[in-house]
Design a protein around this ligand. Structure first.
Ligand code: SF4
Length: 369
């Protein structure tokens, strides 16, 4: 169970704890996965002959009703991974290897990578939808919101009457705490940024998908509007019980909304754990660095420590562990060998040779690497 709406989410005075989270110990997700991703690798073409690896070695199951946050700095591969699930990669993106299997409501599994264009169109709204960041770019500026709902629904559900479409649009707008009478006749530019983002979220739900992917859902919004969007997402998830994957570099948002957190670096998942374990007991130095970079709720900026350096450019990944040039705990082995993502405890995986020794308070293994 996630925190209640009144909880304050952030990092504690000692920089190492989540305040007011109220997370209980969840069992590891189990049962039949909604999505099974195996050995996924995505490349981007950078010229006629050259490609760079952007996502690799991803093995991940998504379970019905869960919320997974993909976290990391820009350029770590998180958006590419999220969009690959829906085959919504930019034109330069190529799924080089792996499989993405999706379970229909009937229980039958199918291979997303084998869908043809028509099947993909069906899949994208009816089974899985995406909510992009920057609502103004995603809504058609020339169409009233009512028409945008109608267009989306009619493309997939020819059996729905105009009254049914109006009723569905109204229901969803109410769910995202908007006034249908005000919003349905409006053009996108007549709404605030937060309202447009909530319209997009409602549109994403219109065909009752099993999976919703959200790319930086609160990034372009001011702090108060972010708060209202988080409330909306929390409420939708509780009421509609879809599976949510959201991409964010905002760790407090991940703490509020996620059941599990996957930390990405250099195109790989380097840590995957329950949200509570992620924030109280992180085991990968990169996750630890990201947590320590968030100001505590006390406002004590002395507790803040940034991760030194920047993520490597794709195509220029360092040898061995891609994080080693920035890692305060790196040793010789890290320069030459790539650590596999390994199970540390139930539901907690990390890709670090020294994960067992890591904690938020951990001192470097070697002082002067
Ligand atoms: S494997 Fe080495 S460089 Fe990589 S995160 Fe662990 S300690 Fe740091």
């Amino acid at each position: 169970m996630g925190p209640s709406s009144g909880d304050i989410v952030g990092f504690g005075a000692n920089g190492d704890a989540l305040q007011g989270s109220g997370y209980g110990n969840r069992p590891e997700p189990s049962g039949e996965a909604l999505v099974e991703i195996r050995n996924l690798a995505v490349d981007y073409r950078i010229s006629k002959k050259a490609t760079v690896s952007v996502v690799k070695d991803v093995n991940l199951d998504l379970y019905p009703g869960e919320s997974l946050a993909l976290v990391g700095e820009s350029g770590c591969g998180k958006t590419t991974l999220a969009l690959a699930i829906l085959r919504l990669l930019p034109k330069v993106g190529v799924i080089r290897q792996g499989s993405i299997r999706f379970r229909r409501r009937s229980g039958e599994m199918f291979d997303v990578l084998a869908l043809n264009t028509n099947e993909l169109r069906e899949f994208r709204w009816a089974e899985a939808s995406v909510v992009y960041q920057g609502a103004m770019n995603s809504l058609n500026p020339l169409l009233r919101i009512r028409a945008q709902f109608a267009e989306t629904i009619r493309a997939h559900r020819k059996d729905m009457s105009a009254q049914q479409i109006e009723a569905r649009s109204t229901e969803l707008l109410e769910l995202v705490q908007l006034e249908p009478a005000r919003v349905l006749p409006a053009f996108p530019h007549e709404l605030s940024g937060g309202m447009r983002q909530r319209v997009l979220i409602a549109l994403g739900m219109v065909l009752d998908p099993q999976l919703v992917v959200l790319d930086e859902p609160t990034t372009a919004l001011d702090i108060l509007t972010q708060r209202s969007v988080v409330e909306v997402l929390r409420r939708l998830k509780a009421e509609l019980r879809f599976t949510m994957v959201f991409v964010t570099h905002d760790l407090p948002l991940a703490a509020e909304l996620a059941d599990r957190v996957a930390t990405m670096y250099g195109g790989r998942i380097v840590e995957l754990a329950d949200v509570e374990d992620t924030f109280y007991n992180p085991k990968h130095p990169y996750t630890i660095g990201l947590i320590k970079a968030v100001p505590p709720v006390t406002g004590d900026t002395m507790m803040v420590a940034s991760v030194i350096g920047s993520p490597p450019a794709f195509g220029e990944l360092p040898s061995g562990c891609a994080f080693h040039p920035r890692c305060p705990y790196a040793q010789d082995r890290c320069v030459n060998e790539e650590p596999p993502l390994e199970r540390l405890a139930v539901g907690h995986d990390a890709a670090c040779f020294y994960a067992d020794e890591m904690s938020l308070q951990r001192k470097p293994v070697v002082a002067d690497v």
